[in-house]
Design a protein around this ligand. Structure first.
Ligand code: 5GP
Length: 193
């Protein structure tokens, strides 16, 4: 059985990444979402075990100390990490895995699994990102400013990604993501005969 694809999607928050990931998961039944562990609090509508495993600081650190995380990073004052068990299990079953990670996490995954496919989702213009972040209303002005600063740094590191997808229209961006996965799956087949 072929080992599944490892697909990492990053974006500055507000670039529409969560929506795209959700739609991509609906469209590709063989693609499974890697639910990360985090120490941040759930936002309204988020469910433990679906968007994240919401952990206390101590529980997160214990997980990390046991070596149960593939990678971890501090993002906006909270800890985020990718559980190892789910990733290994899904890949062993031939499933493709989708990871929604920040840039540090994505590059760490690439170091550990060079076959990982890194996709960066961006807005057409930086101004759009500002607008989308402001319209979300779930963050304070300070939080927004901090996120924009991170976004600038991330855009510089995004050059190391395998693909860049511009999210100007959701259906078009979704099609592009789907095409990337198809191409990568084909490449994998040819590589392994
Ligand atoms: P949010 O708190 O808005 O859901 O996510 C903040 C950032 O953390 C996003 O850029 C998201 O991609 C990133 N993130 C989520 N889970 C992980 C993870 O397991 N590892 C790393 N490195 N970043 C993560």
């Amino acid at each position: 059985m072929r080992k599944g694809l490892l697909v990492v999607v990053s974006a500055a928050s507000g670039a529409g990444k969560s929506t795209l990931c959700r739609l991509l998961l609906q469209r590709r039944k063989n693609l499974k979402f890697s639910v990360s562990a985090t120490t941040r609090l759930p936002r309204p509508g988020e469910k433990d075990g679906r968007e994240y495993f919401f952990l206390s600081d101590a529980a997160f650190r214990a997980m990390r100390a046991r070596g149960d995380l593939v990678e971890w990073a501090r993002v906006h004052d909270h800890l985020y990490g990718t559980p190892k068990a789910f990733l290994s299990l899904m890949r062993a079953r031939g499933k493709d895995v989708l990871l929604d990670l920040d840039v540090q996490g994505a590059l760490a995954v690439k170091r550990r699994y060079p076959e990982a496919v890194l996709i960066f989702v961006r807005t057409p213009r930086f101004a759009d990102l500002k607008k989308r972040l402001r319209s979300r209303l779930s963050e304070t002005e300070t939080q927004i400013r901090r996120r924009l600063k991170t976004a600038r740094k991330e855009l510089r590191l995004a050059r190391r990604y395998d693909y860049q997808v511009i999210n100007d229209r959701v259906p078009r961006a979704l099609k592009q993501l789907d095409a990337i996965l198809k191409t990568e799956a084909k490449l994998k087949e040819t590589d392994h005969g």
